[in-house]
Each structure stands twice: as C-alpha cells, then as structure tokens.
Design a protein. Structure first.
Length: 186
C-alpha cells in the first residue's frame, strides 16, 4: 500500500494525529495567535492546525521532490481580498513552514538535498507508508457511512429535479401569466 493509493485528506489527518501523539513535532508558543500568511484574515480555527501543516509539508516534500521554503510559501499562499482593488496572490508566512521543515528534519523524516531544498528520507517514506495503511482503514469506514446516506427516496428525486430546473413547483404558471401581461401591454 503506497502513499498515493489513499485519499490525501485521510492520510494527512492520520499523520497529524500521530505527530501530535508521539510528540515528533512540537507546536510553537505563537501558534494559537498567528495567521498563516498576509492573505489570511484570521488565525486558523482548528487548534491542531500546526500538526496538519507539518503533515502537509511532509506530503508536499514527498510529492514535489526537493523543495525549499519559497516554493512551499507559494503553494500555501492564497488570494488576498483587497477591497475594491482586484485580488492578488500573496505568499504564506515563511516562519511556520521553515520551523516545520526544521522539526521534521530534526526528527529524521526529512533531509537537506544535495542541490538545496529538502527531500524525504527512507525513514520518512517508511513512516508515510505505515500511515497510509492506517488512513486506508479510516477511509473504508468513512465510505461505508457515506453510502448509507446516498440512497434516496422518490420524494428526494422529485426535489432534486425541481432544484435542477431552478424553479419551485407552480412557478412556471406564474411566469407564463406575467409574460402574457407584458406582451399584451405593449
């Protein structure tokens, strides 16, 4: 079972949970108060967002090869709402990403590349493969729960077809009357 055989959401949640429980990565003191970048309006609402970011950084290093802080800043950046002016892309904060890379490197999951940037170590690859097995089990239970709710009754299908048309039942007749009045008045 490989890392790319599992839905990313479940893999990242499993890795973040494991990083927190084993204390492989320590959340910095400023984490509850800081925004993730200039484009963000508020700090993240999830109290464990730092562990999720570390897991995501590790996944990005695996997927994209040797990457540095700047390329990760561009990836985690986003669109800033500047009021009446057009939106503009802003990079994410570098301190959070740099600290995550340093802590993952210190724990032996990442290493510095020959030409710069960080790459994943064999221990890091093994760790992600082990986490992917856990994530696969989680995803299977999630899919089973979702399938129960996908079965709809006949009334659900009637509501869905009405929504697809964009009008409630009986609105077609009202619109026809309005159109006839407008045409007659001209």
């Amino acid at each position: 079972m490989g890392v790319f055989d599992v839905p990313t959401q479940f893999l990242l949640e499993a890795v973040a949970k494991d990083l927190k429980e084993k204390k492989t990565v320590h959340e910095p003191a400023f984490a509850p108060f800081v925004k993730t970048g200039a484009q963000a309006e508020r700090a993240p609402q999830d109290p464990d967002w730092y562990y999720m970011r570390c897991a995501s950084v590790m996944y990005r290093v695996l997927k994209d090869g040797p990457v540095g802080t700047e390329s990760l800043r561009s990836y985690y950046g986003g669109r800033k709402n500047r009021g009446a002016k057009p939106h503009k892309h802003y990079k994410a904060g570098g301190k959070i990403i740099r600290l995550a890379l340093q802590q993952l490197e210190k724990s032996g999951l990442l290493k510095k590349g020959e030409k710069g940037g960080r790459t994943i170590t064999p221990a890091g690859q093994k760790y992600l493969n082990a986490m992917s097995k856990i994530a696969l089990e989680t995803s299977k239970t999630y899919v089973k729960k979702k399938r129960v709710f996908k079965k709809g009754s006949k009334t659900d299908s009637d509501v869905n077809t009405a929504l697809k048309r964009g009008k409630k039942e009986g609105e077609d007749k009202k619109d026809d009357k309005k159109n006839k009045k407008e045409e007659g008045g001209k």
